[in-house]
Design a protein around this ligand. Structure first.
Ligand SMILES: [Zn+2]
Length: 146
């Protein structure tokens, strides 16, 4: 079952967050449209499956930034629904969360985040900017060929 390739796909615009000393995010991305995102995953997967002359797709590998608000279960729910009758029907979704990178706007410290948003570890400033961590990528798919 060859891996077809890496299909980077950014769904979310970059946005600058600031959060206050209470650690509440002051600017939150609007509700994610998991159905639209899932449709994109399906379209990209089908396009690559066709290029690979696949009989069916068995696995889909997704990479999600730690700070993305996408809910795995919602994507899986929509996936099971919309993949019916396609080469992707029954394919297993795999979600891999990757850490976020932040930069402090006061002291320029860069740091990695693998959980909730935290202030700058160097100067404790809450005036930070997200460098990465909101991405949503379709990394690869595995197929069975005819
Ligand atoms: Zn700092």
């Amino acid at each position: 079952m060859p891996v077809v390739g890496i299909v980077p796909h950014h769904f979310l615009a970059e946005i600058e967050y600031e959060f206050y000393k209470s650690h509440h995010i002051s600017s939150i991305i609007g509700p994610m449209h998991e159905l639209a995102i899932t449709e994109s995953i399906l379209n990209i997967s089908l396009s690559h499956a066709n290029q690979a002359n696949a009989a069916r797709v068995t696995d889909v590998y997704l990479v999600i930034g730690r700070l993305s608000s996408i809910v795995d279960d919602s994507v899986q729910f929509y996936w099971d629904m919309i993949s019916q009758g396609t080469l992707c029907e029954g394919a297993q979704l795999h979600f891999r969360r990757i850490p976020a990178r932040l930069v402090c706007l006061d002291c320029r410290e860069e740091y990695t985040l693998d959980g909730d948003l935290t202030p700058c570890p160097n100067c404790s400033s809450a005036h930070v900017k997200i460098v990465s961590g909101e991405e949503f990528l379709l990394e690869s798919i595995e197929v069975v060929q005819t």
